[in-house]
Design a binder for this molecule. Structure first.
Ligand code: PLP
Length: 361
């Protein structure tokens, strides 16, 4: 019997619905431009103080990291004025999403979220063997009434992505508080605030205020976006001890590595400098959106570091036009294109493609 004739090992059927990983291609334009506006990253490299902290921490790489990440946990607790028992860490907030699912989901359990939203929700829900329940967006934004109506006694968790990836839209405080009050206490509501630092509208709530008197609400934040540490993989959850303890139990041991812990602590110490960079991105976001609107595009209001163009059947064609100019964007076939805000020059190059594209959305 040849190797190819042998039976493959038994694998979980949950894997069948998950597409194989396909790495993104690097695109290069005729003028040598290669702009990555496809992953909502910060266009800025780490601050010198953060780089130094990483270099110093590299001296200890022969040791396992602190499994409790005590220094980072304490720094986050101070920063957000919460007890240390309310803070859990993960390898990126995507790691925390997986930990949450491991803690709450099982076959038969339902996980409810708006759609379209963050691609990891269906992927990780499926992997956990739970059933995803998709609630369509209304005017590119969460339909909280429909979300509440989709909660059943099988629901274990609801994700509210605020601002929403990929549309950039954000729900306001009054409607979110009302929604939270209608969700039964046994259902965990996760406020995914990966883009919180980019929010400008004061009516968009800070989840860290909303969770305080609600034991079934937890907030996810990350160092990957505004803090510019995407490659290091560190995110955190703020919630009540029952949720935090469950999430801590499901962390792969040592998953939050030593360099990530050191860089995150240093980033919190340099928060002011980092927020100045966020202000640059927010200004660029407003400039890009205004230019697109002036050129006749429809672009929802965005509170994140990206803009959304609903292009329907033109989606892949528009993304190809961007690629030809050396700009990688994120297309969702048949739906639209998400474009991250980069450095001004790359944003200008994107605006030129949009301006010269023969159609509008
Ligand atoms: C809404 C949302 N949540 C979470 C994440 C995960 O970020 P990370 O795992 O890098 O913290 C992302 C990343 O794109 C996101 O868009």
């Amino acid at each position: 019997m040849t190797v190819s004739e042998r039976k493959p090992p038994y694998l979980r059927s949950a894997l069948d619905s998950i597409p194989p990983y396909r790495p993104g291609r690097k695109v290069v334009g005729p003028d040598g431009r290669s702009a990555k506006l496809s992953s909502n990253e910060s266009p800025f490299g780490p601050l010198p103080s953060v780089r130094q902290a990483i270099a110093d921490a590299a001296a200890d790489l022969n040791r396992y990291p602190d499994p409790a990440a005590a220094e980072l946990t304490a720094a986050l607790a101070r920063r957000f004025h919460v007890p240390e028992e309310h803070v859990a860490l993960g390898a990126g907030s995507v790691g925390l999403l997986q930990q949450l699912l491991e803690a709450t989901a099982e076959p038969g359990a339902e996980v409810v979220y708006a759609w379209r939203s963050f691609e990891a929700y269906p992927l990780l829900t499926g992997l956990a063997g739970a059933t995803p329940i998709h609630v369509p967006l209304r005017e590119e934004t969460h339909d909280l009434e429909a979300l509440a109506a989709a909660v059943t006694d099988r629901t274990r968790m609801v994700f509210v992505c605020n601002p929403n990836n990929p549309t950039g839209t954000a729900v306001r405080e009054t409607e979110l508080a009302e929604f939270l009050d209608t969700v039964p206490e046994h259902v965990l509501v996760v406020l995914d605030e990966a883009y919180r630092e980019y929010v400008q509208d004061p009516r968009v709530p800070d989840g860290v205020q909303l969770y305080r008197d609600r034991p079934n609400v937890a907030v996810l934040r990350t160092f990957s976006k505004a803090y510019g540490l995407a490659a290091l993989r560190v995110g955190f959850l703020i919630g009540h001890p029952q949720v935090v303890d469950a999430v801590r139990k499901t962390l792969v041991p040592f998953a939050v590595n030593h360099l990530a812990q050191a860089a995150a602590v240093a980033s919190l110490a340099a928060e002011q400098e980092l927020l100045e960079r966020v202000a640059v991105t927010v200004k660029e976001r407003e400039r890009v959106r205004a230019a697109l609107l002036a050129d006749g595009w429809t672009v929802p209001e965005t509170e994140a570091n990206f803009v959304w163009l609903r292009l329907g059947e033109d989606t892949l064609d528009f993304a190809a036009a961007c690629e030809q100019a050396g700009i990688a964007v994120r297309p969702f076939a048949g739906e639209g294109v998400r474009v991250s805000i980069g450095l001004p020059d790359d944003n200008d190059a994107f605006l030129t493609v949009a301006r010269t594209y023969p159609k509008r959305n």
